[in-house]
Design a protein around this ligand. Structure first.
Ligand code: F6P
Length: 485
C-alpha cells in the first residue's frame, strides 16, 4: 500500500467556522476527538515507520455556509488543515446534531433513558446527513486509501461506503460508551438494527473499554443474530472485528508545557489570588452526563462536615460551553449557576469564596497552569466514554504530586486505577474522598501519580491510533487470506 492515504471522517473538523460581525473566521475546535487526532496526524508527518503520510480530514465546518463562501472555506480548509468540509443545510443539521445525535443517541448511550427523544424526523435527518458524508467521501476516496470514521454521529456511514466501494479498508471508533443491551433495545427496532448494520460495514470497530465492546457484541447477537468469537463476526461473508482501544492523550504536550514560559506566566498570575489556599480543579464541557451537580453536592457536604477546611480550600470550577441549542444543556447550566451561588452564599465570607466559577473556554497554557497548581482534581461523571481531562491532569503533575478523584463510571477509571475512585451518586463518598485527598501524605500521592504517568506515557494517543490502524490492516489481510482459501 505504497500510496495509501488516511481519510478521516468525523462530525467535527479541527476548525469551526464562526461569524464574527459578518466576517467568517476559522477557530480551532475543542474536544478530545479533535485534539487527539490532530496530535496523531501531526506525528505521521515526522514518522519513518508508516507510509500513511498523506491524509484528508472530512467533517462539518461547524456552521451553515452561504453558497458564495463555500469555495473560499474549501480552499482554506484544504491548505491550512488538509480538510474537506461537508456542507449541510442549517435545518437538516439542527435535526441531525441537536436532534438525533444529542437528544437520542447521546442520552441513551450515557444511561439517561428518560431524556431520550424518539422522533422519526430526526432519524431521517440522521440518515440524510450520513448520506451527505458518504457522497462527500466518495468525491475524495480512492480504493488504495484507508478510511477511519469517528463517533456516534456517523454510525450508518461504514455500510454506506462499503456499498459504494466494497474493498476499501474501513475502521470505525466510538468515542462514547456503547450501552448495555437493555438500554440499546429501547431504540425502535428499525433504528437499532440500522445502527448495528451500519457499524458492521466497517472492518474494525473500536471501543474505549472491554465492557463497551462486549455490550456491542451482545446487541449484535440479540438484534441481528450474528455470533462473535473473540470479537470476530462474519457479515455477508466478510470478517469483521470488534476490539478495545483505550484512547490516550499527547502526554508530552501537557508534561512539557508545564515548564514553558507561557504556563509559568499563567501560574504566577493565578498564584496572586490562590496562593493562600489548597485548590481543587474541576474541568468539563457543559453536559448533564458529567455529574457536576453531584460533585457540587459532594463538595457542599465536605464543607459542612469539615469546618476546619473553611478558608483553606477553593474549588476551581471550569465549565466549557457546549450544545446550547439543546434544552437539557440550558437547564443544567441554570442548575449549576444556582448551586454555585447557593454554596458560595452559604459558606463564603468577605475574604473567601469556596468556589471560583468560570463558564467559558480556557486557553491551553492557562489550563496546564491550573492542572499543575491544583492539589486535587475532582472528576465525577455519571457516565463518560473515556474522560481525557483526568489523563491531562495526571500528565501535568510534573513533580508527581497531586491527587486524582475519579468516577468509577468513566472509561478512564479502568486504566487509572491508582486514582481515588468514587461512585458519583454517593455524595458522602465524594465528601470523604475530598478530605482524604487534601490530607493524603506526599509519598502516597507520588506513588499513585508515578504509576499512572508511566502507563499514560506508554499508551499515548499516537500509540492508540497506530494500534488501531495496524489492526485494521491485519483484519484486511486476514480477509483476503480467507477469500483466497
Ligand atoms: O465525547 C464525544 C465527543 O465527540 C468528544 O470527542 C468531544 O470532545 C465532544 O463529544 C464534543 O462534542 P461536540 O462536537 O458536540 O462539541
Amino acid at each position: 500500500m505504497a500510496d495509501a492515504r488516511l481519510i478521516i471522517a468525523s462530525n467535527r473538523l479541527p476548525f469551526t467556522v464562526v461569524d464574527s460581525n459578518g466576517r467568517l473566521e476559522l477557530k480551532a475546535s475543542a474536544g478530545g476527538l479533535v485534539t487527539g487526532l490532530s496530535a496523531y496526524l501531526d506525528s505521521l508527518q515526522h514518522s519513518a515507520f508508516t507510509n500513511l503520510v498523506e491524509y484528508v480530514w472530512l467533517g462539518w465546518p461547524g456552521a451553515s455556509i452561504d453558497d458564495e463562501h463555500k469555495d473560499g472555506i474549501k480552499e482554506v480548509a484544504a491548505t491550512r488543515f488538509n480538510a474537506y468540509p461537508v456542507f449541510v443545510q442549517e435545518e437538516t443539521m439542527e435535526a441531525f446534531y441537536h436532534g438525533f445525535c444529542n437528544k437520542t443517541i447521546w442520552p441513551l448511550f450515557h444511561y439517561f433513558p428518560s431524556y431520550v427523544v424518539y422522533e422519526s424526523e430526526s432519524w431521517e435527518s440522521y440518515r440524510e446527513v450520513n448520506q451527505y458524508f458518504c457522497d462527500a467521501i466518495m468525491e475524495v476516496l480512492r480504493p488504495s486509501d484507508i478510511l477511519w470514521i469517528h463517533d456516534y454521529h456517523l454510525m450508518l456511514l461504514p455500510r454506506m461506503i462499503r456499498q459504494s466501494m466494497p474493498d476499501v479498508p474501513i475502521g470505525f471508533f466510538l468515542h462514547i460508551p456503547f450501552p448495555s443491551f437493555e438500554l440499546f433495545r429501547l431504540l425502535p427496532k428499525k433504528w437499532a438494527a440500522g445502527i448495528l448494520e451500519g457499524l458492521l460495514g466497517a472492518d474494525l470497530i473500536g471501543f474505549h473499554t472491554h465492557d463497551y465492546t462486549q455490550y456491542f457484541l451482545r446487541s449484535v447477537l440479540r438484534i441481528l443474530g450474528i455470533e462473535a468469537n473473540m470479537g470476530q463476526m462474519f457479515v455477508d461473508g466478510r470478517m469483521v472485528q470488534a476490539d478495545t482501544f483505550p484512547m490516550g492523550i499527547d502526554f508530552h504536550r501537557f508534561n512539557d508545557a508545564v515548564v514553558s514560559k507561557e504556563t509559568e506566566m499563567e501560574r504566577e498570575r493565578l498564584k496572586n489570588t490562590l496562593s493562600d489556599f489548597k485548590t481543587i480543579i474541576s474541568v468539563d464541557r457543559l453536559d448533564y452526563s458529567k455529574g457536576v451537580l453531584n460533585r457540587l453536592e459532594g463538595f457542599e457536604l465536605f464543607l459542612k462536615d469539615n469546618p476546619q477546611w473553611h478558608k483553606k480550600v477553593v474549588l476551581l470550577l471550569v465549565i466549557v460551553p457546549s450544545r446550547i441549542g439543546v434544552d437539557r444543556y440550558q437547564t443544567i447550566k441554570t442548575q449549576i449557576d444556582q448551586m454555585v451561588g447557593n454554596i458560595n452564599g452559604r459558606f463564603g465570607t468577605f475574604n473567601w469564596m469556596p468556589i471560583i466559577y468560570k463558564y467559558g473556554h480556557v486557553p491551553f497554557h492557562q489550563l496546564v497552569a491550573l492542572y499543575n497548581m491544583s492539589d486535587v482534581a475532582l472528576i465525577t461523571p455519571l457516565r463518560d466514554g473515556m474522560n481525557l481531562v483526568s489523563k491531562e491532569y495526571v500528565a501535568s503533575r510534573k513533580d508527581a504530586t497531586g491527587v486524582l478523584i475519579l468516577s468509577e463510571l468513566a472509561g478512564a477509571s479502568k486504566e487509572l486505577v491508582e486514582a481515588v475512585l468514587i461512585n458519583p451518586n454517593d455524595r458522602g463518598e465524594i465528601a470523604i474522598a475530598i478530605k482524604n485527598a487534601l490530607e493524603m501524605p506526599l509519598e502516597e500521592q507520588k506513588s499513585r501519580i508515578e504509576k499512572m504517568q508511566s502507563r499514560l506515557k506508554k499508551y499515548d494517543v499516537v500509540k492508540w491510533a497506530t494500534d488501531f490502524i495496524d489492526e485494521l490492516k491485519d483484519v484486511k489481510e486476514g480477509q483476503s487470506r480467507f477469500r483466497t482459501r
